[in-house]
Design a protein around this ligand. Structure first.
Ligand code: SF4
Length: 219
């Protein structure tokens, strides 16, 4: 696998926010979001730490950290789909709980990843990547065995209107989170949520950026 970093920290967002987690950050991304805060996961000039690791080596590192929860993230982890499938299989065999964070632009079959929770981003207009979203993925998310999540990353009012349109038009069984880009006026988002209670959105603040400096890696 092409790996940028494996580290432990608290989960900063969504349903597992606040839990100790081992993060496996894979290299490469097919998108170029305007506000990306993990360019080092795909930018060749900054990927000095990128290493090739076998699934077995990744497992060894995960065992060292010994956290129940493992998040496979990127970049875009589903670009390494076969290896991610194998890693999920091995993790579940050892009773780890697994979250996969994907950017919403890659079709997936949930069955490929066993009981892993999918945390799927929807990129809004401010990202410049909204045309790349595959909305059919929303129907693939579940709440039966594992509660999947959708995360709308918002930066401005146009993004909020976009979120409203998507929530009203698409059926989705996942929990829906609204995640403000760092520096956004969160109080305005809460005011907007008050006006749009029918959307049943949950505010998700990037806890790791509250605790540590915004650009600090490995936290
Ligand atoms: S999908 Fe994630 S890693 Fe890729 S460009 Fe967007 S924010 Fe950055």
């Amino acid at each position: 696998m092409d790996v940028v970093e494996i580290y432990e920290s608290i989960q900063g967002e969504c349903v597992n926010a606040g839990r100790m987690t081992t993060f496996v950050r894979l290299a490469g991304c097919n998108l170029r979001c305007s506000w990306c805060d993990t360019k080092y996961a795909y930018d060749g000039t900054k990927m000095s730490d990128k290493t090739k690791m076998s699934v077995a080596q990744v497992m060894d590192k995960i065992r060292e950290f010994n956290n129940n929860l493992v998040e496979i993230t990127g970049g875009e982890p589903l670009l390494q789909r076969e290896e991610v499938k194998e890693l999920c299989y091995k993790l579940m065999k050892e009773n780890f709980e697994v979250d996969i964070e994907t950017n919403g632009s890659i079709p997936f079959d949930k069955g490929d990843f066993g009981m892993a929770r999918m945390i799927m981003d929807i990129k809004c207009p401010s990202s410049g990547m909204q045309d790349k979203m595959i909305f059919a993925n929303l129907r693939r998310l579940q709440s039966t065995f594992v509660q999947d999540c959708v995360k709308f990353v918002v930066n401005d009012e146009k993004d909020l209107e976009y979120v409203k349109g998507i929530c009203e038009r698409h059926v989705c069984n996942a929990k829906k989170y609204i995640s403000p880009c760092w520096g956004t006026d969160i109080s305005k988002i809460v005011e907007w949520m008050k006006q749009n209670k029918h959307l049943d959105l949950i505010l998700s603040i990037q806890l790791h950026k509250v605790i540590w400096p915004v650009n600090k890696r490995g936290v």
